[in-house]
Structures are given as C-alpha cells and as structure tokens.
Write a protein that binds this ligand. Structure first.
Ligand code: ZN
Length: 407
C-alpha cells in the first residue's frame, strides 16, 4: 500500500504575503523567482485564508491551521511552543512561558527590555531549578536575550497576564490572574515571586558585574509573557497516517513541529534570521524525504523584513529562497507546496488578514493557467480560495493518505 503513496515538501515562507507597494507591486511580484514561477506553471494555484477571511493570524495559530489543527481548539498558548522548541520536556498541565532577559535600574524601571539583546547560559543556569511553594521552575536561554520557562506543580493556570509590558521607561509589570480562581491566583503569585527572585539573583551575579565593568547592560531581571498550558494532541501521524519532519531555524516553529509529533531535523547554520543557510536547509529537506512523508521547511526572514518595513530586503530574501531553496527542492518526485502563514505587508509593518498565495505541484495535480507565483496571479488559479485547515487534507489526498467519508 505504501508504494502507492507519495511524499510532500511544504515550504512556508513566513509573512510572505504583502500588498502592492513599490511601483504598484508586492515584494513577491517584484522579486526574481524563476523557480517558484516554474512550480506555479506546473502546478495548481490559489489563495489561502490561513485562519479565515480578514482574521489576522499570529505565526503560532497560523501554523496550527496550516497543519490541519483548528487553532480555536488546539492552541495551547505561545509559551508551550517556545519550551518545546528549546527542547524542554513538558508534562500534561505544565505551564510554559516565553521570557526575556532585561535590564532594570534600582527602582525596577526598565532600561532595556532585551538587555542589549544578549543572554547567557550561566545566568539562565543560576535560575534553573528554583522552587517556589510546590512549583519547580526550569529555564533555558534559547537565542540572544530570549528564554523559555516551564513551571511544574499542582493547580496552575495559563490564564495570567504578561509581566513584559513591551514598553521601556516604565516599571516592571505585575502578573495578574485573568480569571477569578485559585489556580490563576496561585500562578500569578508564583510568577511575581520568580521575577522578584530573578532580580535578586541576577543583579549581583558575577556575569553581570563583568558586563557592567565592560560598560554593557546587565541582564538583571527576567520578564515573562505568553503563558501556555501543555496538553497532548493527536499527532499528524495519528490523524493522517504519515510521518513528518521539521526543518526550521526559529524555536517557535520547531516547537509547533514537536507539538504535532514531527521529528526535528537539526540544520547547521539555520538561524531563523536573514543569514540563515538555505542550501543546508535544502539538503536537510531532501535527505529527510528518504524517511518522512511530509517535510516541513520554514523560512522566517521574509516576515522579519515585513515587520521592518523593508521592501528591498523582503524582495531580496524571496529571490534567495527561490535560488537557494526552491531550485533544489522543486524537481524531486515528491509533491511540493509553497505558501505562507500570513501576510506581513511592508507598508504596515505587522501581520494582516490578506490571504496568502499557495501552489501545489506533483503527480496528478490539475494544472491551471497560472504562470507566476504571486498574490495576484494566484487568485485566478484552480485551487481558488481555501482555508489553512484545508491545506493538509488536500495534500494528503494527493499523496494517497486520503480519508474517505461514506462508502
Ligand atoms: Zn508568521
């Protein structure tokens, strides 16, 4: 039976969708993309509302939808993905957070909410394993100033507010319960005590003394946000019957992959930034195709360029993805699908509800007339307009992992 079934590569260019900007074109329209265009010409094209029309997706909820998991049902909160992406172990009921090392002065006023964008494993280790009441806290420094934090104990809740207020100059925020309940009150109390202790321990830590002596900002407090509550969900394999692998640089996407039961492939030089090594990602994806039926390849930098309002940068990143990634992936026997998790128009520097282009190429696909991969051309393609939740079922059917309804 398995010999009748195909494999697929799903390439997600984060925040790829855009609006007409320079010369009336989107960065994707303006970019040189001969390989993506070849996929469009041989494939079936369309637009996709990743969550639903006009709803602005976060990258986390968007990726759940892209893999066929209704985010309104399955979203555990961002912190869970950060912790899983940082390779931390999670148990049912654990509460996970994203966290930043930050710099505060003696009166708890925030000088830099990213501590000069520099973290430290030693500082993270100084906080790892703390116990407050019956709760044990684990912590890992992921990239730069970012950390993931896991709290394990009885009766905890994700329904608590962020400590990180995203503003500098103000004083450190307090974590508050978002619902009247003992679990919420307890979690907020533990978070506030943890933040207080983080200052107590970090402020006098030798690593920070050295940083001060060098004229650098000390990373003397930890600010938490994005509480999530871990619970197991049925894996992609359980739901669709195929094994999946994840080729991503940024921890959020690794976390989503792990949450859905994918195997994480470690790629040298995959940074989740503009300097990421796309050739290595292509190699890793092609190698993974020998073992896995679905290979998810994620590129982050297109979204970052959108947030920076950098039209030229986004256009050049798209051209790099075309040349260094799509050129290598497009001619295997596997299906290839290229899309985005949402639009991040450079004109507004944030995610938007604009639908994203999607293309699928491979055996048996009903080829349409579209010859270019972009937001406008895709609108006249044979896939018409689908939702994110439809993507994997459509691919799975093409691959032969179909689910029949009725007899
Ligand atoms: Zn995104």
């Amino acid at each position: 039976m398995s010999s009748e079934r195909g494999a697929a590569i799903l390439l997600v260019c984060d925040g790829l969708g855009d609006r007409p900007t320079v010369g009336g074109k989107t960065p994707l329209q303006a970019a040189d993309t001969p390989n993506m265009d070849a996929v469009s010409e041989e494939g079936i094209n369309g637009l996709m509302d990743v969550i639903s029309p006009g709803i602005v997706p976060g990258s986390d909820t968007a990726h759940l939808a892209l893999f066929g998991y209704d985010p309104y049902r399955y979203y555990p909160g961002r912190g869970v993905f950060e912790a899983l992406g940082a390779d931390m172990e999670l148990h049912q009921g654990d509460i996970a957070f994203r966290a930043n090392f930050a710099t505060v002065d003696d009166s708890m006023r925030i000088i830099d909410r990213r501590a000069g964008r520099r973290g430290s494993k030693e500082l993270a280790d100084a906080l790892d394993g703390l116990e407050i009441e019956d709760v044990r806290i684990s912590l890992r420094n992921t990239t730069e100033h970012r950390c993931a934090v896991v709290m394990r104990g009885d009766n905890l809740s994700r329904l608590v507010s962020d400590v990180d207020t995203h503003v500098e100059g103000g004083t450190v925020g307090k974590c508050r319960p978002l619902k009247e309940g003992e679990a919420e009150r307890k979690t907020a109390r533990i978070v506030n005590e943890f933040v207080r202790r983080s200052y107590e321990i970090l402020n006098k830590h030798p690593v920070n003394e050295e940083r001060r002596q060098r004229g650098e900002l000390p990373a003397n407090i930890l600010l938490l946000r994005g509480a999530g509550s871990y619970k197991e969900v049925p894996s992609l394999h359980a739901r669709f019957g195929f094994n999946a692998a994840c080729v991503a640089g940024a921890s959020l996407y690794k976390g989503v992959g792990k949450y859905l039961g994918m195997t994480l492939i470690t790629v040298e030089g995959a940074t989740g930034k503009g300097d990421t090594n796309l050739a290595n990602k292509a190699e890793a994806a092609l190698h993974a195709l020998k073992t896995y039926q679905l290979v998810f390849v994620h590129v982050k930098a297109t979204d970052s360029m959108g947030h920076d309002g950098n039209f030229q940068g986004k256009k050049e990143m798209v051209a790099r993805i075309d040349k260094e990634l799509v050129a290598r992936l497009k001619d295997t026997d596997a299906y290839i699908a290229i899309t985005a998790d949402h639009s991040t128009p450079v004109s507004i520097k944030r995610h938007s509800g604009d639908p994203v282009p999607v293309v699928m190429k491979g055996e048996g696909v009903r080829r349409d007339e579209v010859k270019r991969f972009d937001e406008l051309s895709a609108a006249s393609g044979g896939l018409c307009r689908i939702r994110g939740l439809d993507l994997i079922p459509i691919l799975a059917d093409l691959m032969g992992y179909y689910v029949m309804y009725g007899t």
